[in-house]
Design a protein around this ligand. Structure first.
Ligand code: GDP
Ligand code: IMO
Ligand code: MG
Length: 478
């Protein structure tokens, strides 16, 4: 009898605070794999792919959707919003893409229940969550039961015994409505109508639920090559990130195996995605932020109704060319945000932007055992030439209370006190968007990449110079 050669798995994670371009890297790499699998998070993710004339902002469906022959798997580590999923799958199908038979959700993935989003709306503001109910969904998973009521409801439970679990969802709503005083917040809903809507969406997407909990493992044993796609990013890890300003799931590379339903023995390598000009959404430390606290307060400012005061629309009136040369780092940051289109996909809220931090990156690489880095958004570095300094600053040193450290402090307060030390490389004026060969990139950009490799002790696998699949340049060709 011929035993098949087993496959292997590679893991892609973001190394910074999210939105590094993980999806475009997955899309760039997917051709060499059979299955692309998510292992954490849910609709809080916004993953953009752009190829074949299509631009998709994916939330819960893995990013290899544009490859018709790839299986798309979503593991037990995820929490799923079925109403959002129904909309997302409709959008994807609207592009003529077939999902039947290739989109699979673990029956053990959690279900985001109606009360989760309402609780998130009430308590998520101080962190600046995406308000998708992610924290409360993971909290209910950990609580398991409240008195006699099951709080950890999974996709497979609803598929197996819909009436029992839809009733449990209703009871969980009543319990949460009393505990969090939904009525006082004006956030009560008609739960019967909501459950009806949820059931309608569930029926539309239930064909994607995979009851075989060994699905991925069996495929890998039979030779399938798996590419894990991280959501959120390492600095937002529930345990290792800048707690409490983090998401509610583990985002680190090792989590791919527990949340992605595969034994770690299949692991081959880990790829980290970093972006050349960093961003962060939500509160929390951001050492290299252009404009520091002023920028954080501006980006996070909300009105009495909790709506962001500043957004993509009101920044449209600003002229980045006039701001980029400003002596005020805050204004320079505004210019980078406009050039880089750093606004939340759903809310349009401004993302905080900062210089590339090689101490933080080196730490993420070390903790996750990252083998290769992809540096995205290198085209944005062009704008540094118009800044007051003209050079590209990179954080290469952390000072904490007068001592140099080579790690991200475990205490978030202490992280807030870190003083960054900078080195610079010269700016460049060449538009790199159409460059195809690594050796044709400006010399100063090549030396910046060399500096990253030297400071982080990690190889750069390639760079991206624009959002489209065609704008990825592998470094092997150098
Ligand atoms: P993810 O959450 O890590 O998958 O990243 P997002 O999709 O949320 O955010 C990345 C954004 O940058 C998207 O709008 C991409 O289209 C865009 N993008 C990705 N790579 C590049 C690049 O190399 N250059 C530019 N200018 N934009 C890019
Ligand atoms: P992708 O996968 C950037 C941030 C939120 C908030 C914190 C907690 O597209 O990189 P949550 O809704 O998860 O409870 O919010 O985490 N956050 C993200 N920031 N990219 C994301 O996803 C994010 N998902 C959550 O802004 O600060
Ligand atoms: Mg994103």
């Amino acid at each position: 009898m011929n035993t098949p050669t087993p496959g292997y798995a590679d893991v892609v994670i973001g190394t910074q605070y999210g939105d590094e371009g993980k999806a475009r890297v997955i899309d760039d790499m997917a051709a060499a794999y059979d299955i692309i699998a998510r292992f954490n998070g849910g609709s809080n993710a916004g993953h953009t792919v752009e190829a074949q004339g299509i631009r998709l902002a994916l939330r819960q469906v893995p990013s290899a959707v544009l490859y018709p022959d790839k299986i798309l798997y979503v593991g037990s580590g995820c929490v799923i919003d079925v109403e959002q999923l129904k909309e997302e799958t409709d959008t994807i199908k609207g592009h003529g893409i077939i999902l039947s038979g290739r989109l699979k959700f673990s029956s053990q993935a959690g279900l985001v229940q109606p009360h989760h989003k309402i609780i998130d709306a009430i308590i998520g503001g101080t962190i600046g969550t995406t308000k998708n109910g992610i924290g409360p969904a993971y909290a209910d998973r950990a609580i398991r039961m409240h008195e006699n009521q099951i709080t950890n409801i999974r996709l497979g439970d609803v598929l197996d015994a819909p009436e029992k679990f839809l009733e449990a969802i209703k009871q969980n709503y009543y319990q949460a409505a009393a505990q969090y005083r939904f009525a006082d917040h004006g956030l009560e809903i008609d739960i019967d109508a909501k459950i009806k809507a949820l059931k309608t969406s569930f029926d539309e997407v239930k064909e994607y639920i995979e009851m075989d909990t060994l699905f991925l493992q069996k495929r890998c044993e039979a030779g399938a090559k798996i590419l894990f796609e991280g959501a959120q990013s390492f600095m937002l890890d529930v345990n290792k990130g800048s707690v409490p300003y983090v998401t509610s799931s583990p985002t680190n590379a090792a989590a791919a195996y527990s949340g992605g339903d595969l034994p770690p023995k299949y692991h081959r390598k880990t790829i980290g995605v970093a972006k050349a000009v960093m961003s962060r959404v939500g509160y929390g430390p951001f050492t290299s932020e252009m404009g520091g606290t002023e920028s954080e307060q501006y980006c996070m400012k909300i009105d009495a109704a909790g709506v962001p005061v500043y957004n993509r629309d009101n920044e449209k009136t600003l002229d980045p060319a006039a701001l980029i040369g400003s002596d005020f780092a805050f204004e320079m940051g505004q210019a980078f945000r406009i050039y880089s289109r750093e606004y939340g996909t759903v809310t349009g809220r401004p993302r905080r932007v900062g210089h590339l931090d090689l101490v933080q990156l080196g730490y993420a690489i070390a903790v996750n055992g990252i083998d290769e880095i992809v540096l995205t958004k290198c085209d944005l570095l062009l704008h540094y030439v118009d800044t007051a300094g003209g050079d590209i600053p990179l954080v290469t040193k952390y000072m904490l209370d007068g001592k140099e450290i080579d790690y991200v402090p475990g205490a978030t307060n202490a992280y807030g006190r870190v003083e960054p030390g900078y080195e610079t490389v010269s700016g460049f004026s060449q538009d790199v968007g159409e460059v195809k060969e690594f050796s044709n990139l400006p010399e100063t950009l090549q030396s910046l990449i060399g500096l990253i490799e030297q400071k982080t002790n990690c190889a750069v696998r390639g760079v991206s110079v624009g959002p489209n699949r065609s704008q990825y340049i592998p470094k092997e060709n150098a």
